[in-house]
Design a protein around this ligand. Sequence first.
Ligand SMILES: Cc1ncc(COP(=O)(O)O)c(C=O)c1O
Length: 449
Amino acid sequence: MQLLEDASRRAMAYLESLESRAVRPHPDAVARLDRLEVPVPQHPTPDAEVIAQLDEFISPATMGMAGPRFFGFVIGGSLPVTVAANWMATAWDQNVGYDAATPGAARIEEVSRRWLLELLDLPRDCALGFVTGATVANFTALAAARNAVLRRAGWNVEADGLFGAPPIQVVVGEECHPTLLKSLGMLGLGRSRLTRVPVDSQGRMRADKLPKLSSPTILCLQAGNVNSGAFDPFPELIAGARDAGAWVHVDGAFGLWARASKLLAPLARGLELADSWATDAHKWLNVPYDSGLAFVRDAQALRSSMAITAEYLPDQGARRNPSDFTPELSRRARGVEVYAVLHSLGASGLSLLIERNCAQARRFAEGLKAAGFEILNDVVLNQVVVSFGDAERTRRVIEAIQEDGTCWAGVTVWQGKTGMRISVSSWATDDEDVEHSLAAMLRCAKATE
Ligand SMILES: Cc1ncc(COP(=O)(O)O)c(C=O)c1O
């Protein structure tokens, strides 16, 4: 037990250090990782020494993603209650495949499912799979889509595979996330064998360019473009598609959370009419990695694509079996942290978190624009793309900002222009962090003039 106390002391010291240390790990700390490249240990090492070594070598070589001034990719922090819940869940070490075997961990998923559907205002009887992230949530939901559209065409894809199956028309926007294409590839639907619909200047699918849909069809839409934060025009796109017999899927890795705020929900209006939705909990819900959510309106389609039976496994009882809805049979109890954050924040706290991050993104845009830099996107959510001049200068400024260490943001190319992406997605970011980071960005930009 002393070991666990020591580890929690070290973890807390690490979290406290994030306020003052450089966000990017120092190159010396990264270079010291080479010292871990030793031959396989032939004899035991005391546990305390193993933990001390992890802290000594890995803590300084981490990126400060859990801290308040990390704005790269789309990365949430972890609210303290979720870290604590994660520690409890790790101690319980439940394999949450079956309700009969792990009733506590299974029930907490069921409660979280009900709460999430209400908070996101999705159809209340949707099935939900607790998976590792949006990539796998897309995969999971699209497996249900594949099942359903082929079943309607008289084909059982789980039994007979795709060989000889009726061809499925898969429609995506030009600006869909690359992991969506990966998910389609893993499902045998092809990364390239797609109909790509042109998008507008914000990356939104153009409804006037949607081709005529013929069954069996899967239409993939997006809530929250990874660069601009823009939302596809759901009302125009979804009704017609469903009338044509298409399955409509929405990748809402972070944008789906807009629906938890009354102010922002209009951005995502109409997506509740889709058939399935993917999102991340490890982004804007601020739970530890890894955690994603796959919602599917047709529970039977998801169960048909995921559930298994075996003599040694428990019988299906009356309650929801977690593994009937996920690609994995064995997995950790991800619902515990989701439950903890929803319970701790409540609807009002969640809404405030989302709104605060969006206001902080607007403040970044306003401050950078006031200093003469071009904002390349309409800042509708938590994403800002800024240009510091031509591609070469923008890249130099980004490198200087990363090296400065006050904050961290990465490079992108948006609509043909090189820019820096700022994603504000963490509970830990307060308004002072934004001012402090903005000042650092402007200082670095000036220094590279
Ligand atoms: C729109 C979108 N879809 C999917 C993903 C993939 O999410 P994950 O890395 O959690 O699997 C992302 C990641 O940023 C995203 O922004």
